[in-house]
Write a protein that binds this ligand. Structure first.
Ligand code: CU
Length: 116
């Protein structure tokens, strides 16, 4: 009986660690091809409508976006695809060509990073 309790405790501890402190929240950092504040606004606005995404914050100098999401409603690959659909690269996944072509010239990948 004691053994069963110990095994159950271990099992629960394992579950807790794999889902984090709160099962409804996870965080991921994704490298994008954003170059300016406009890109930041475009991606964050797009992600705001993405199911399961709670908060997103893109750091323009590092191009890294931090996304807080509900792992029961979405996952990292869906979040990356949403970034692709907004016209930007997400880690190894390239931007959707149509969305990328629709971006302002200053937001294209080869545009130099700029403040505004
Ligand atoms: Cu831009």
């Amino acid at each position: 009986m004691k053994k069963a309790v110990a095994i159950t405790a271990l099992f629960l501890a394992g579950l807790t660690s794999s889902f984090g402190q709160n099962g409804n929240e996870a965080k991921v950092q994704i490298k994008t091809s954003a170059v300016c504040k406009m890109c930041k606004a475009t991606i964050e606005k797009y992600l705001a409508y993405e199911k399961g995404v709670k908060v997103s914050d893109l750091d323009v100098p590092s191009k890294v976006i931090t996304v807080v999401y509900n792992p029961k409603k979405t996952d990292i690959s869906k979040i990356k695809q949403a970034i692709n659909k907004s016209g930007y690269d997400a880690d190894e996944l390239p931007a959707d060509a149509k969305a990328y072509n629709a971006l302002e010239a200053c937001c294209k990948k080869d545009a130099p990073s700029h403040v505004d």
